[in-house]
Design a protein. Structure first.
Length: 379
């Protein structure tokens, strides 16, 4: 939607969001690896009750909205291929994911569905086949241009919110905790382990932002260049891949959305479960069966159910995906502040407080996202 609406104007955001995203995720990963507890657990120990439950409320609100958008998006791309009503497909996807989370292993699911996200590399190839104006592309990539308009601020907040998202903070810390519990390891992580965490996080952020960059570039060179600036359906969005795949563009687009949805929806629901279970001091981990962590799985089921109900309000799935990103962008700054404070505190992290370069990037991320959110409300 950013590429279609604004052309190449937001390409520079992929470059600046990568280090900011990496810094925040690294702080969350280090927190989980060092403390062996999740983000909400540490907030419960260090801050008043209103901070803890306020944090969980922000997360739950953003996640339910995002869950509804992702489930609706998956249903719409499937409807595009099959002709079935999305309101029939959305409950089917919800039931499938709940069943997989309750009676299977998320890690097993991820191993399968992550390969579907390779469909997103189609945007890299399509970008070259669309023959963009490469001088304009380079200028837009390396010379940031800010437009003082509400439409630009809205897209900017959405881009930041879809990359630097609250649910990823809780998920990253929780996954490090589960990894540490699953492996015999010293209580304090070694430098080798923390170096491995850094490589893992940075590799993921580079891949994520590379794909983001080429999605904006491809849609700018195809949809925007031909006057298609307002995307309202999955079919319209898929047309950016026509130069590469022709009629197969719809299939490629659908595979990318379904793959990222099957990875992302469990993360959204799971991060809700981790946060509330940690806040309430319940047992909660995806590697445990439901009978051993009933409250944790009840939260996951409730979040999935709430996201499903949003779709029966007949909101446009593509628009809902966009607005869920805006919600994440507005709600992220207070959570980033908590992450910075916790990972800079020797009482929490011991000798493994965040290095200065991570802290400075964290503060820069907080300032930039706060400024973008404020601009959205005053323009």
């Amino acid at each position: 939607m950013a590429g279609a609406a604004l052309g190449y104007a937001t390409l520079w955001t992929a470059l600046i969001s990568m280090p900011m995203m990496a810094a925040v995720q690294l702080m969350c990963a280090r927190l989980g690896a060092v403390t062996r507890h999740g983000l909400a657990h540490e907030v419960r120990l260090r801050y008043p009750c209103w901070v803890l439950w306020g944090t969980c409320a922000l997360l739950a609100f953003a996640n339910v909205f995002n869950l509804g958008a992702d489930l609706g998006g998956m249903a719409e791309v499937t409807s595009m291929l099959t002709g079935l009503d999305p309101l029939i497909l959305t409950p089917l996807y919800t039931a499938l994911i709940v069943a997989l989370l309750f009676w299977s292993s998320y890690r097993g699911i991820a191993q399968i569905f992550k390969w579907l996200t390779l469909a997103l590399f189609a945007y890299v190839l399509a970008a070259f086949l669309a023959r963009p104006d490469w001088m304009a592309v380079l200028a837009a990539t390396f010379i940031p241009r800010l437009t003082l308009s509400r439409d630009f601020a809205l897209v900017l907040v959405a881009i930041l919110g879809t990359t630097i998202s609250p649910y990823l903070f809780f998920w990253q810390a929780a996954m490090e905790v589960e990894d540490r519990r699953a492996q015999p390891a010293p209580k304090t992580p070694t430098r080798v382990h923390l170096r491995g965490v850094k490589i893992d996080v940075i590799t993921g952020m580079v891949y994520s932002n590379l794909v983001m960059y080429f999605i904006i570039l491809t849609t700018a060179a195809t949809l925007h260049a031909h006057g298609r600036t307002d995307i309202t359906t999955a079919k319209q969005a898929a047309e950016a891949l026509l130069p590469l795949a022709g009629r197969g563009a719809y299939l490629l687009f659908a595979l990318g959305v379904i793959g990222t949805g099957m990875l992302g929806v469990p993360v959204l629901a799971g991060s809700c479960g981790y946060a509330i279970a940690e806040a309430a001091a319940w047992r909660g981990m995806l590697d445990a069966p439901p009978r051993r962590a009933p409250q944790f799985y009840a939260v996951i089921a409730a979040a999935m159910g709430a996201g499903l109900l949003l779709n029966f309000a007949r909101l446009n799935a593509v628009k809902m995906l966009f607005w869920s990103a805006v919600v994440n962008g507005v709600l992220a700054p207070p959570l980033i502040l908590l992450v910075i404070l916790l990972t800079s505190n020797p009482k929490v992290m011991g000798s493994n407080v965040s290095p200065p370069w991570i802290r400075w990037l964290g503060w820069l991320t907080l300032a930039f996202m706060t400024a973008a959110a404020i601009a959205l409300f005053i323009l």
